[in-house]
Design a binder for this molecule. Structure first.
Ligand SMILES: CC(C)(COP(=O)(O)OP(=O)(O)OC[C@H]1O[C@@H](n2cnc3c(N)ncnc32)[C@H](O)[C@@H]1OP(=O)(O)O)[C@@H](O)C(=O)NCCC(=O)NCCS
Length: 181
């Protein structure tokens, strides 16, 4: 059994927990490495365009949040392709959770939205872990945007573009075996 649960975030109810999760860790491959409460207040978590989920380790005796995933561009479903922003808490990185969470995102989106044709993912070209996660979860590397990813220290990085089609997902057999939350 997959040891993770995905609980939908409600931005107002969960505001304090979002601030605690996002501001007490570092996000070295995001535009902002460190977030302040005002940054969190400016982020979108639940709307027509964005759905966010806590990633919870269900094997612990007490509820333990190990990550957060935001599904973006949801209003594009049917015409475009949603993106997602995955963040595993620092002390839980490198344990396979990012791979499990990405598989869940793919299963959840293709199952919940039969009209959805593809999912996209962008990552910085030096984010090796995220690129490994995407390959393992069935995404194909489709391109590179030169110096398209700005960093808060003034540096520019290339953006790697990944995508997965419904047909890619169906060919793995995941479409008949998954059970989205
Ligand atoms: C990127 C991230 C989601 C990956 O999730 P994770 O749980 O740490 O990764 P996993 O344990 O599932 O490991 C996936 C692969 O990456 C490799 N990996 C993990 N950490 C690594 C690191 N720091 N450097 C290089 N490779 C790494 C693992 O060995 C594994 O490789 P394999 O599939 O060949 O065995 C997570 O590290 C994270 O949240 N980082 C900060 C936020 C971020 O960068 N999000 C992505 C934004 S696009």
């Amino acid at each position: 059994m997959v040891p993770l649960e995905f609980e939908q975030v409600e931005a107002i109810r969960d505001h304090d927990e979002l601030v605690e999760f996002l501001c007490n860790d570092e996000w070295p491959f995001h535009g902002r490495r460190v977030l302040a409460p005002d940054d969190v207040a400016a982020m979108e978590f639940s709307s027509a365009d964005v759905a966010t989920y806590w990633i919870v380790d269900r094997h612990r005796p007490h509820r333990q949040v190990v990550g957060l995933v935001r599904l973006l561009d949801m209003s594009d479903i049917g015409e475009g392709a949603p993106l997602f922003d995955l963040r595993i808490a620092g002390r839980h990185r490198g344990c396979g959770l990012g791979t499990l969470a990405t598989r869940w995102v793919v299963d959840h989106l293709f199952s919940a939205y039969p009209e959805m044709h593809r999912i996209e993912a962008n990552t910085r070209d030096d984010n090796v872990a995220m690129q490994r996660v995407l390959s393992t979860a069935g995404f194909t590397r489709e391109g590179r945007l030169r110096e398209a990813w700005g960093s808060d220290d003034g540096r520019w990085f290339d953006t790697m573009i990944y995508g997965i089609l419904r047909t890619d997902w169906a060919s793995t057999g995941a479409s008949s075996s998954q059970s989205p939350v």
